[in-house]
Write a protein that binds this ligand. Structure first.
Ligand code: TXA
Ligand code: MG
Length: 303
């Protein structure tokens, strides 16, 4: 495994059909050439992910998606124009001859143009669309640093492209553009309000399955206990301390961006420090607070 900041080294590995961990503004991805089915299959093996779970395909810009999809609905072009490059994934009808393995055999394909400069260089230099799920073991907390990737996947990756800590810290918003009005399949930094401001109506439901948004995910080993306010949280921490239970308070009050940015690193640190119970104060249910709450409910559901 090579750890590097050189996108040329990473591009050569992608072209050779090897796995490359890529930095993005959301979380690190475990990337492979999306047009090479045997390279893509290595991703499922390394993660321990069921191969029917579709991956997100990363592209440099909207100009690269035409060969991969049946058509580009106006909702998708409007959203691309406004939010790409950025933390927004669009689900479209897949061109049936393209990216079969990356799409887990589904008739649709999820596409995103990431904004991290190193991964943009990699996309440009390799000239390939890059399939990449989050670079963690299946079901575990997503990685937001190169160290997190190496801790989960180590030698099963050929190259780790080290782009520093991820800015947003939570996975992209996923919007299904195969339905009208469009539907949000996963919340993220681009909020429902921002999408509505561009398109008007957004429906709450979709028949398109987004596996991975269904089961317990994003879970650390420690128990995650969610509470609504700081005062309650401190009472619980005191009780746990009295019982000799190793516990830690995670409370960002109204600092939503910092909460999103640090959440996964904080949860991983709890495990590294042998914390038994993380007591987390839930953020308000608006803006990126909705995405933070979504991930916290999933992290807690395994506890
Ligand atoms: O921010 C992100 O989206 C990160 C970075 C690396 O780009 N990627 C990421 O990938 O979170 P992953 O595999 O951990 O989550 C992808 C989600 C899964 O819930 C998957 O089911 C959904 O995207 N997805 C992928 N293709 C889909 C499709 N064709 N239809 C519906 N959902 C899809
Ligand atoms: Mg994931």
């Amino acid at each position: 495994m090579i750890r590097t900041k050189d996108s040329t080294v990473a591009a050569a590995a992608i072209i050779a059909g090897d796995l490359v961990a890529i930095p993005t503004e959301t979380v690190y991805g475990l990337g492979a050439d999306a047009t090479n089915d045997s390279a893509v299959k290595k991703i499922f093996v390394a993660k321990g992910r069921p191969d029917s779970h579709p991956l997100i395909v990363h592209v440099y810009s909207i100009d690269d998606i035409a060969p991969l999809v049946v058509s580009i609905p106006s909702s998708a072009s409007l959203l691309c124009e406004k939010f790409w490059p950025g933390p927004l994934t669009l689900v479209l009808q897949r061109q049936s001859s393209m990216c079969e393995a990356a799409s887990g055999g589904h008739a649709t394909i999820a596409l995103r143009s990431p904004s991290h400069p190193l991964t943009r260089e990699l996309l440009r230099k390799s000239g390939r669309p890059i399939a990449a799920p989050s670079a963690n073991l299946f079901g575990h907390v997503s990685p937001t640093t190169a160290d997190h990737v190496i801790a989960d996947l180590g030698e099963s990756v050929s190259v780790v492209l080290d782009g520093g800590p991820c800015e947003v810290g939570l996975e992209s918003t996923i919007v299904d553009c195969t339905v009208n009005p469009v539907a949000i399949l996963r919340s993220g930094a681009i909020t429902a309000e921002q999408i509505e401001a561009v398109l008007g109506n957004v429906s709450g439901t979709s028949d398109t399955p987004a596996p991975g948004t269904l089961e317990s995910h994003y879970a650390p080993r420690c128990e995650v206990r969610l509470v609504n306010d700081s005062i309650n949280a401190e009472v619980i921490i005191d009780e746990l301390n009295e019982r000799g239970t190793a516990s830690r308070l995670i409370d960002y009050r109204d600092q939503l961006e910092a909460f999103a940015h640090n959440l996964y690193a904080d949860l991983r640190k709890c495990d590294d420090d042998n914390i038994a119970v993380a007591v987390v104060v839930l953020p308000v249910a608006h803006g990126i607070g909705l995405a933070i709450r979504d991930r916290l409910f999933r992290a807690a559901s395994g506890s």
